[in-house]
Design a binder for this molecule. Structure first.
Ligand SMILES: Nc1ncnc2c1ncn2[C@@H]1O[C@H](COP(=O)(O)OP(=O)(O)OP(=O)(O)O)[C@@H](O)[C@H]1O
Length: 755
């Protein structure tokens, strides 16, 4: 297309050979120009510069174009769009113009000077490339090589400058990405760091026992010395994997040889810790009326979620090192020691069992797929077969305040004569001593617990003490140690918590004593704290077995239980295990710091044994405290609460059933024998049949308790759900909602009550 020339408002110029629109070859480096030689950018961008005559120092002369092109003569063509005007510049899209001519550029006179951009501006051959101010990355800077997303083609070998610029740009990007990731992973590792220290990594405290020699030397598992536990485990797993594949697919080596060790879960990936941002936090806090916001009420509260996950992990925990323990003991496998060494506040396999040393393990019962706690009494030789039968009685005692007893057996699997007592396992539990009295009571609950609760607490209040159950001491302000009583812990146990413990222990003792047994292990190092303010008596049946006397001394042992109970309260109230040695001072401390009720209970428990001194009497003495405790929210999220809830529910349903009975068993009401058969009452009668008198196709009675409970609960709630009631002769059928039936019952009962 050859323009006529002359009348065109803007001359068509030939794009320069090196223009990126014509050729993918790199742009030659710009020749340095003086200010006066540089083309004004206004001219490039807008086609004119209004400061051209008012001091703009840049050049306004387009090469080959008069500095002030003659104004086009007013003509019809002046109103014609530029692109269609005769002689108008031809729009040359970048990249394709190159193919318009075999010579590599558009032809014609106008092509000599410049090309028109879509904006109608002129691109000039020697114009300096416009570089936006934001373009600061090396790849986009003036000196950088031209970057093509597809990379240089084979016939266009990139120059060193291009390669350098590109690499520099990529390195910059990679560095940024790496920094970001490194920061992210560092954060993640920080959050999970404590987790690693307890999972799959030997607890250093265990090293001082017999297990120490079993610790793998640095680098023994293929990793370099000093390799962290996690990466060492990963290396071991990788080595095992390599061995597996090198062996040929499918020839799996035995598990032990593979040495796979379980990787700790990254909880923060599944359940991010709640935001500490006050704006976000407010949405997770209960509202003023105590209810949670609708957005959060669908989910478990974070603390509960973490605690449950923590307990689950503690149950699954295994040791990454060989503890030199038997593979199997009486059907229990995967033994894991739970004793804490004295350096961590435990007795570390103390001689507290009538002079015998006791050890505690978590173990799995393969046949049940459940976890249990084994307490092994080392070096004990059973003299009387009957002694072990004493444990059988204990297996029948079930109480939420007692660590359940499962069985007992003798074994030589440990290389000696041992007797093993099997109990329910309560993950993440501590003894009362560890929780409240140990000078090291700020340590985590036990070596195999995951520390997420601590992270949670730290995230919210870094200054707060970490352990989940330690809300009593350390966190709350108190008057300080009980002076002169050898107090091991500085803060006062709140009375509310103390009463909670006392009531729970008394309730468990009552159950034990009324079963004709005696605990004999009421001591701060035998009572377990298994949840928030939840305690359970542990070690049941052991002393019965070790000091077998045919059960003759049970009454005396029951009296001892009461005495020990009093001593335990003193120890907790005074914050010291030795406070009981200075009774007058201890009682004085209690009367100053706690209510008179508590002092009375303690004095009663410490009084002389006698036939009239019983646990029932203690409960009477506690009086309203027992009721308070049952209504208390302190025992939330635990068995006791669930049992209480069930009681409440039963009570509610019982009231409902009583109403039913009243209504249906009153044929004589109002001198109308058909009262219960007519009006709204007929509906109730049909509903009673629906709930209690279901029959199958053959007319046989169906006794489905869950159907009864579900129907009664829906009735109690008065839901809108509809149900179909059918008469016994199947001649009438009614569709009503639970709400309507509830209203009928209420009004019928009200009629009865009025009569
Ligand atoms: N039933 C149980 N379930 C879960 N863990 C338990 C159970 N019983 C005890 N433990 C754990 O075992 C640890 C040691 O308990 P133990 O009763 O042996 O205390 P101790 O102070 O070491 O006494 P001793 O060594 O004299 O027997 C406790 O810290 C507790 O975490």
């Amino acid at each position: 297309m050859a323009p006529a020339g002359g009348s065109a408002a803007i001359a068509i110029v030939k794009p320069p050979p090196g223009h990126p629109g014509l050729s993918p070859t790199p742009k030659p480096a710009a020749v340095p120009l003086s200010k006066g030689d540089k083309l004004c950018r206004n001219l490039q961008l807008f086609g004119s510069c209004k400061y051209a005559d008012r001091g703009c120092q840049f050049s306004h002369e387009l090469p080959g174009v008069p500095s002030h092109p003659a104004s086009p003569a007013p003509s019809a063509s002046s109103s014609t769009p530029l692109s269609t005007a005769v002689g108008a510049a031809v729009f040359v899209p970048g990249g394709i113009a190159a193919s318009s001519s075999p010579s590599g550029g558009p032809t014609g006179p106008a092509a000599e000077t410049g090309a028109m951009t879509p904006g109608g501006t002129v691109m000039v051959a020697q114009a300096a490339e416009f570089v936006p101010r934001r373009a600061v990355t090396p790849a986009l800077s003036e000196d950088a090589a031209f970057y093509s997303a597809t990379g240089p083609s084979a016939h266009e070998a990139p120059t060193d400058a291009e390669v350098g610029g590109y690499e520099q740009a990529m390195e910059g990007m990679a560095q940024q990405t790496q920094d970001g990731l490194a920061e992210y992973y560092q954060h993640a590792m920080d959050m999970g760091a404590a987790e690693y220290s307890h999972q799959g990594v030997p607890d250093p405290a265990l090293a001082q026992y017999d297990y120490s020699h079993a610790l793998a030397p640095p680098g023994a598992n293929g990793g370099p010395p000093g390799l962290s536990g996690v990466s060492a485990a990963a290396a071991a797993a990788a080595a095992a994997e390599a061995a597996y594949y090198n062996n040929g697919m499918g020839s799996l080596p035995p598990m032990g040889a593979m040495g796979f060790s379980r990787q700790p879960l990254q909880y923060h990936l599944y359940h991010p810790l709640p935001s500490t941002n006050p704006r976000h936090l407010s949405s997770t806090l209960p509202s003023r009326n105590g209810s949670h916001s609708p957005t959060t009420s669908f989910f478990l509260p974070p603390a509960l979620h973490i605690s449950l996950t923590q307990k689950s992990e503690a149950s699954q925990a295994t040791s990454a090192v060989d503890m030199k323990l038997p593979d199997e003991v009486g059907g229990y496998t995967a033994l894991l020691p739970l004793d804490r060494p004295p350096s961590e506040g435990g007795s570390g396999g103390g001689l507290g069992w009538n002079g015998y040393r006791g050890w505690v393990y978590k173990a799995w019962k393969e046949s049940e797929g459940r976890c249990y706690m084994l307490r092994r009494i080392e070096g004990f030789r059973l003299q009387h077969e009957a002694a072990i039968s004493a444990v059988e009685k204990w297996t029948r005692v079930r109480h939420p305040g007692l660590v359940g007893v499962r069985e007992a057996f003798t074994t030589r699997s440990f290389g000696d004569h041992s007797i093993v007592f099997v109990y329910d396992f309560h993950p993440c539990s501590q003894t009362l001593y560890e929780a409240h009295l140990s000078p090291l009571a700020t340590l985590p609950p036990n070596p195999w617990s995951t520390p997420l609760t601590h992270l949670y607490h730290q995230a919210h209040n870094p200054a707060a003490q970490p352990a989940p159950f330690r809300q009593g001491r350390g966190a709350l302000p108190g008057p300080g140690p009980a002076a002169g009583l050898g107090a091991a812990n500085s803060a006062l146990l709140p009375e509310r918590v103390l009463w909670s413990y006392v009531v729970q222990i008394a309730s468990a003792l009552k159950c034990v004593h009324s079963s004709g047994l005696a605990m004999r292990t009421i001591d701060v190092s035998r009572v377990l704290v298994t949840g928030k303010n939840r305690v359970r008596l542990g070690g049941a049946g052991i002393l019965d077995c070790l000091t077998w006397d045919g059960g003759q001394a049970i009454p005396a042992h029951q009296q001892d239980d009461l005495l020990s109970f009093g001593k335990l309260i003193i120890a907790l109230a005074c914050g010291s295990n030795t406070a009981v040695h200075n009774l007058p001072k201890s009682v004085d401390h209690i009367s100053r710091m706690y209510s008179p009720d508590l002092k009375n209970v303690v004095l009663y428990l410490l009084s002389k044994p006698g036939p009239r001194k019983t646990i029932e009497e203690v409960l009477v003495l506690m009086g309203s405290r027992v009721v308070d405790e049952l209504n208390s929210s302190l025992v939330a999220e635990d068995t006791l609460e669930h049992e209480l809830m069930r009681e409440l529910e039963n009570g509610r349903l019982t009231r409902l059933l009583v109403k039913f009975g009243f209504i249906n068993e009153r044929p004589e009401f109002d001198h109308d024998p058909r009262w219960a058969e007519t009006g709204d009452r007929y509906l109730i009668k049909l509903f009673r049949d629906y709930v209690f008198h279901q029959v199958d196709e053959a007319g046989r009675p169906v006794t489905d308790l869950s159907h009864v409970l579900i129907a009664l609960n829906k009735l109690d709630a008065g839901v809108d759900e509809k149900l179909m009631l059918v008469s016994r002769d199947e001649q009438s059928c009614l569709i009503v909602s639970y709400r309507e039936i509830k209203n009928c019952i209420e009004s019928a009962f009200a009629d009865l009550s009025r009569s």
